[in-house]
Ligand binder design. Structure first.
Ligand code: PEP
Length: 259
């Protein structure tokens, strides 16, 4: 089924201090290695808090762990008088491959709109990071039945400013806000409906290569028990996992969705 390398991503949010983070990552990787997990077939990435990243870099580089990692956010600016912000350059210097942009918790708790998401995606690209752009509708929008138009609007606000080659390497995570941390999972058919709509929108605006290259993730209460059905959907290339990524065994079982 997979035309693109599946990506299983864990967003730790504001959990796990720098010591706990190291233990969690070690346990996760050891569990997968014990199960002879094929890391070259399925990409595993974690998104720890900023304060964990130096430790994660040391662990991953020192033990040659086959996992990628990234920041949960970045500044639209490269450096300067932006107290509390973190530059994409700093993330890149710590070995980050990815960075989350526009997670619904940034959009709601920090009032970040599509303009901020675009500026952050552009900053990520300037520093050689792969942005994982998060899009998705609230419960209100879902109930109004305008979730597809809403989510496509979030996507086009960003990719409208990017060329096809850039879009082909992007990761977009569809995360219906009503399914995040609620235990409420969008059904595999809902995930497929939106991922197909996202891919077709990319095809229309940027062509086949961008549409076929782009990786689309589903996020929202993903667990080992529901991941296989979601990953079976043709336009779903991976999952973004919040709560369940904090348990090494559970996250390892999510990554092992094929077994
Ligand atoms: C997330 O916030 O990216 C997420 C999908 O969270 P959870 O898995 O806890 O719903």
């Amino acid at each position: 089924k997979f035309l693109r390398r599946p990506l299983i991503a864990g967003n730790w949010k504001m959990n796990m201090d720098h010591r706990q983070g190291i233990t969690l990552l070690q346990k996760t990787v050891w569990t997968l290695q014990d199960a002879n997990f094929t890391f070259d077939r399925v990409e595993v990435a974690v998104f720890p808090p900023f304060t964990d990243l130096r430790g994660v870099q040391t662990l991953v580089a020192g033990d040659d762990l086959p996992v990628a990692y990234g920041g949960q956010d970045l500044s639209p600016a490269d450096e300067g008088a932006y107290t509390g912000d973190i530059s994409g350059a700093f993330l890149k210097a710590l070995g980050c491959e990815f960075v989350l942009v526009g997670h619904s918790e940034r959009r709601t708790l920090h009032g970040e709109g599509d303009d901020v998401a675009l500026a952050k995606v552009q900053a990520a690209l300037r520093h050689g990071l792969v942005p994982v752009l998060c899009v998705g509708e609230s419960l209100e929008v879902r109930q109004a039945g305008t979730h597809v138009a809403h989510t496509l609007g979030q996507l086009s606000a960003v990719i409208g400013q990017l060329d096809a080659a850039t879009v082909a390497n992007l990761v977009v995570a569809y995360e219906p806000v009503w399914a995040i941390g609620t235990g409420e999972v969008a059904g595999p058919a809902d995930a497929q409906e939106m991922c197909a709509a996202l891919r077709e929108a990319v095809r229309a605006s940027h062509g086949d290569e961008a549409a076929e290259g782009l990786r689309l993730l589903y996020g929202g209460s993903v667990k080992a028990a529901n991941v296989a059905a979601i990953m079976a959907e043709v336009d779903v290339d991976g999952v973004l996992v919040g709560g369940a990524s904090l348990d090494a065994g559970e996250f390892a079982n999510i990554a092992r969705f094929e077994q």
